[in-house]
Design a protein. Structure first.
Length: 83
């Protein structure tokens, strides 16, 4: 399981029948984080609150995932990009 914090985002690129599609899950509010779990051929990316209550989630078949990229908020701050 991977834990990320506010401002972090995860990009998921999947194979949709020969055409790649990109999905994005973002921790948008203070106190929220992104959790990534895998199991039984499924990858689930969930935005959760401080208490662990899920806000939104996305599930993908692991065999269809071409790339799963985590973009931590800290990387943007180190580069000087605060958008």
């Amino acid at each position: 399981m991977s834990l990320l914090m506010k401002g972090d985002r995860v990009e998921i690129v999947i194979d949709a029948g020969g055409t790649p599609r990109t999905y994005e899950v973002v921790a948008r509010k203070a106190g929220r984080r992104i959790e990534i779990t895998t199991g039984r051929g499924v990858v689930e990316v969930t935005e959760v609150t401080r208490t662990g209550a899920p806000v939104r989630s996305a599930r993908f078949m692991a065999s269809r995932i071409l790339a799963l990229v985590e973009h931590p908020a800290g990387d943007r701050e180190r580069r000087g990009d605060r958008s």
